[in-house]
Design a protein around this ligand. Sequence first.
Ligand code: SF4
Length: 261
Amino acid sequence: MLEVPIEKFRDAKREQIQELVHDSIIVPDDLQDNVFVTTLDNVYNWSRKASIWPLLFGLACCAIEMIATAASRWDLARFGMEVMRPSPRQADLMIVSGTVTKKMVPAIVRIYDQMAEPRYVMAMGACATGGGPFKEGYNVVSGIDTYIPVDVYVPGCPPTPEALIFGLLKLQQKVERQSITKVAWYRKGSSEAVPIPVLGADIFDPRQVQLIQSVTLSGGGGTKGDGESARRSVTPVPLSPEAKAKVRAAKAKAMAARQPA
Ligand code: SF4
């Protein structure tokens, strides 16, 4: 087998670079002002970052600010992002703006799955980022990033159109830093299964729901029980007459304290 020393490769590489740096590439006069040399990454990222098509996912009040960003005063078209459609087709960016309810999560995740790579997600506002004022609500998730990967978070309740534009510029910077040789969408492998939201308090990881269920249904013992003891332990116990009297007295006292003197 022919062995070629590594130095020879280095020399060949150096020569190629010299060719590019110096004027050994002959460019015709009429093309002198129209030719430049750059990397494939630069061209790839420049074209992508300047034509990000958002998939709008307006869920609550934040959506009004997002809509305003696309209107004439802020004019998102300046960044090549004016093609805002409620469709995953040809979309590059999903903007999740508003309160994410548990009922809506499966729809958001399904549409995210329907988007082609490369795709990005922006969590717009306190609700989409972490539950916002409804955090710990029985029907609201504590941030969409538990279910789909978020690239940029835009804080605020609601964020202003300027804040959204700042987030979009940050996304452009992120796109600029990517390399075609390393991006995930040209790699093999499957992604993690999407967790299903469960009703009730959500201060836990839904991906651990099986474990939590087995622990709670076994009465805290850590092994799966038949569920009967768990059902017995969560059956509401009526208050005794003494306890009811105490509650009534406390309520009356509180009402009396609120009365103006
Ligand atoms: S973050 Fe504030 S403005 Fe945005 S959806 Fe939630 S409550 Fe509404």
